[in-house]
Each structure stands twice: as C-alpha cells, then as structure tokens.
Design a binder for this molecule. Structure first.
Ligand code: HEM
Length: 415
C-alpha cells in the first residue's frame, strides 16, 4: 500500500483520536481551520480550531445556543443536544438559550451562586476530599477516577445545592448513568434524567416551604426587579449546575493528575511548592492543566442564525458550529511551546471555561475543587504513581467532554 502523504489528515473520532486528539487538531488548525465534518451521530457540523476564530465565535451573537435554530432536517431527527433533550422543561437552561432570556436567568442565578458562597464552601470541599482519600489511603492503590474524581464533584454540588445527605447516593447513581452513556440520549440516560427531574421538582417544592442557606433556597429567593425563577426554571437551573459541574470537574481532576504523573519535572515543582505552603504555582498550574488537557474538548452546540464567516469560511444559516476548545488552547499562534505543560505559564488566556456570555459560571467552584484535590493528593500520597501502561488507558469517547475512564495509581500506604 502506498504510504500516506505526510499532510494527510489524521482520522477524527476514532479510538486513537480519543486517546490523543492533538495531532489531528494541529493538522486542522494548519490546513483547514474551519472544517465541515460528519459527527459520529451523523449530524454535520463545523469545527473551529484556531484560537482567534474560536474566541470570536464564542462571543458572536449570531451563533445561537437554542437548538431550535438548527437546520430543520437534523433537528427533526432529534440527534442534537445533550442527553434527555426531550425533557423539555429541564432543557430550558443557560446553555440552550439566548438573550434576553439568558441575561435574565444568568442575572438571577448569579445572585444566588456568588463567589462568597463558593469561598465559604472551601472547608466542606476539603472535608469531602479528605474523606474520599481516607477510603483508599491505607490500601496503597486506587482507581482515582472511580474512588476520587467521580464522587468528589457530585457530593460537592449536592451539598452546595442542599440535596440531603441521605439522597446523595441516588444522585451519584444517576450521574454515573449519565457519564457512562454520555452523549447518547436513550435508555439509562433518559431514565436518569427523568428521575433527577422528578426529584428536583419535589425538592424545590419542599424547600419553598422551608427555605435554608443552600443554593436551591438561594435560587428560589433570588429576585430581580420583582422577578423570580419559576419552579421549572429553578429545577432547570439546579439540573444544569449539576450537569455542567459534574463531569467537567471529574475530568479536571482526572486529566490534571494524569498530566502531572506524565510530567515528573513539573509535578516535582508543584509538590515542592505545595510543601512550602505556597499557592502561586498551584493557581497558575490549574489554569495550565485546563489549557493543556482541559475537561471540555468542544464547547457546546451553537447554530448560525444569519449568514456569517468564520476564518474566511461562510457558514450557512442553521448550520451547527462546534468550537474546539482543546485545539484553540494549543494554537501556537497564541501559546508559546503549545504542547509543553508549563505550570508557571503566566500569559495564559485559555478558553477552557469558554468565553463571552456563556463563560462558565462554576469556574470559582471548579478551581476550588481542583486546588483541594491536587494539594491533598500530592501531600498525603507524595509518591503517587501511575499503575498502568499509558497506552492502555481508556478515554471516554463522548463528543463534548474529554476524560479518562479509569486512572489506576499506586503509592506507599498511609500509616
Ligand atoms: C458553562 C467549562 C465546572 C456550571 C461552561 C462552558 C465551559 C465550561 C467551556 C461554556 C460552554 C459554551 O459556551 O458552550 C467548565 C469546566 C469546568 C466547569 C472546564 C471544570 C473544570 C463547572 C461547575 C459548574 C459549572 C463546577 C457549576 C456547579 C456551568 C454553567 C454553564 C457553564 C451553568 C452555562 C453558563 C451559561 O450558559 O451562561 N463551563 N465548567 N461548570 N458551566 Fe462550567
């Protein structure tokens, strides 16, 4: 068979691509930075891979978040959207709506989900982190995804929202179903979303009668010029906070720890700096881990509502546009030594949390969880090491998220 020309595009959406999409993204950035592709689901979409185009597209008001703007045909077949799309009332959430509704809902949630509320939550996150590590520290080995990265964010968000402790394991199970079948919309995911919806409706109803200090009570209380969230809006908001804040944070911890284990020099620097009680490298380091191998590979769906050009390419009305954050964040036109993990990187305006009006509202919480997870793991288990061949680790093949299925590690058991 003739050798492939050096410039052939590496295949997209294969197993190898899931394990390391960066060579394919480098090719696209260089040769076809705005690329029309057929997704594994059969839907056609544009992939935007250069940093400058990505940043511009994320802030372009002509790109709607409302799936109703997807060109008719694909929309009719119902292949677009996140799991459980047909649970219509839950799906009227921040990531599926445009101004002015988006502006109103985002203002209301910002009144409840404040930086102060997140900062006050720090001791609780630390407690959860320690409790989870207690579960395996004496054993000398663990799967950091299942035993640590997965439960931490789900318990943290449940606590923050005010889901009673006795119900949190149900959430853990529903979230597990959603993550296992991520990207699909049938079967287990549909059931999980349905149960979560019924549960949230009931919880909001109960909280309304007995408001507390939790975020759901805050959402019910929040008002703006006399406007409140309806019960449906509050349920959709609680759902998107869970949904958007869960697998993302699992992947921040999973991809982050993995990147550190694969870059021993950087890991040693971080460990020393944590040992000296310093926080500067940890803070720039979290941002660098978000850039280098961020949890969100592609920003969520956008649809052209009027003809527009991105990077000189004309996008027809109704076409879906997927901004590839993972490609933009390794664009050598913006980031020096783009493929190098440099925890001290100072000039780092990465797009890992998005950009524009849909910029991640949970970023302060995600950073807090990331800091607690990395500091505690590296200080309590200082000789933490990978217990598997990196070539054999499996990555989840979902479209939007990028993360490991498992992360086996070994360490000297804690006395
Ligand atoms: C939006 C990333 C954690 C809640 C976004 C977007 C990104 C993102 C890229 C924008 C998507 C787009 O424009 O299409 C991340 C990452 C996280 C994280 C990398 C963890 C490391 C969280 C957490 C929460 C959260 C912990 C809440 C508890 C949200 C919400 C939105 C959002 C509600 C929609 C905001 C809007 O549309 O106005 N996130 N996120 N995220 N995120 Fe996060």
């Amino acid at each position: 068979m003739p050798a492939q020309p050096a410039s052939a595009r590496p295949p997209l959406f294969t197993w190898e691509f899931a394990a390391d999409p960066y060579p394919a993204y480098a090719w696209l950035r260089e040769h076809e930075p705005v690329h029309r592709t057929t997704l594994p689901s059969g839907v056609e979409a544009w992939l935007v891979t250069r940093y400058a185009d990505a940043r511009q597209a994320l802030a372009d008001g002509r790109l709607s978040k409302n799936p109703a703007h997807h060109s008719e045909q694909a929309h009719r077949t119902g292949r677009v959207g996140i799991p459980g799309e047909r649970q219509a009332d839950l799906m009227t959430h921040l990531l599926n709506i445009d101004p002015p509704d988006h502006t109103r809902l985002r203002r209301l949630v910002s009144k409840a989900f404040t930086p102060r509320r997140v900062a006050a939550f720090e001791p609780r996150v630390q407690q959860l982190t320690d409790r989870l590590i207690d579960g395996f520290a004496a054993r000398g080995s663990a799967d950091l995804i299942h035993e640590f990265a997965f439960p931490l964010p789900i318990y943290a968000i449940c606590d923050l929202l005010g889901v009673p402790a006795e119900d949190q394991d149900d959430f853990r199970d529903w979230a597990g179903m959603m993550i296992r079948h991520g990207g699909g919309q049938r079967g287990g995911v549909g059931r999980a979303v349905k149960r979560m919806r019924a549960y949230l409706a009931e919880l909001i109803h109960r909280k309304r009668a007995d408001l507390g200090d939790d975020l759901i009570s805050g959402l019910i209380r929040a008002s703006d010029h006399g406007e409140h969230l309806t019960e449906n809006e509050a349920a959709a908001m609680a759902f998107i906070l869970l949904f958007a804040g869960f697998e993302t944070t699992v992947n921040l911890i999973g991809n982050g720890v993995y990147a550190l284990l694969r870059n021993p020099g950087q890991r040693a620097l971080l460990q020393e700096s944590i040992g000296r009680g310093e926080s500067a490298l940890l803070e720039t380091g979290i941002e660098e881990l978000l850039r280098y191998d961020g949890p969100v590979e592609l920003a969520t769906w956008r649809f052209a509502t009027s003809p527009l050009t991105i990077g000189g390419v004309e996008i027809p009305v109704g076409d879906p546009v997927l901004v590839v954050l993972a490609a933009a964040d390794r664009d050598p036109a913006r980031f020096a030594d783009e493929n190098t993990l440099d925890l001290a990187r100072a000039d780092n305006p990465h797009l890992g949390f998005g950009h524009g009006i849909h910029y991640c509202i949970g970023a302060p919480l995600a950073r807090l969880e990331g800091r607690a997870a990395l500091t505690t793991l590296l200080s309590r288990l200082p000789d933490l090491r990978l217990a598997a061949d990196p070539e054999e680790l499996r990555w989840r093949g979902g479209l939007i998220m990028r993360g490991l299925r498992e992360l086996p590690v070994e360490f000297t058991p804690e006395a």
